[in-house]
Design a protein around this ligand. Sequence first.
Ligand code: HEC
Length: 157
Amino acid sequence: MKLLKRISLLVVVVFIAMQFFSPTKNVSPGNHTKVFITETNPTPELQNIFENSCYDCHSNNTEYPWYNNIAPISYWMANHVNEGKEHLNFSEWEKYSLDKKDHLLEEIEEEVIEGNMPLLEYTYTHGDAKLTEGQVNDLVEWVKQTRIIYQLGKQPK
Ligand code: HEC
């Protein structure tokens, strides 16, 4: 029993100590997805979908919930954001080649059709981020039209 008490105390101390540390936040005020929006021309409804369901992990600006102030949740979230951004970053769209943009659009279509994105655990706390069937259809339609721009751009002149 004494050992159990000591372990509990240690856990509490470590938890408190952890609160003095936090990962760097992913924030970038202003119009951080301007190039993406200008190039791919999504409707306002689609822009809302990206904003509500994707940007928190796939852009340079995350809207943090209050519990992000608690370690180790903050580290777990930072991890998701870093990994998400590594795969796809809407704020750095200008850095991708035509091929890459075309491929990313294809991936977006796949991920939303399969229901992999937004990540399931994200929708537990962001109920409105989950995509409806109508939203998925709109996204797929937009992907089809937008890929044509990049595919035309790929053809030799
Ligand atoms: C909670 C964070 C989070 C949210 C929200 C989120 N994603 Fe992701 N996404 C990730 C992570 C992490 C990965 C990489 C690991 C994986 O595939 O599970 C990823 C991978 C992807 C990939 C794969 C890219 C590649 O190169 O294979 C695409 C495409 C994607 N996400 C699109 C989206 C779209 C579109 C939305 C919004 C509808 C979205 N994601 C919302 C975290 C997120």
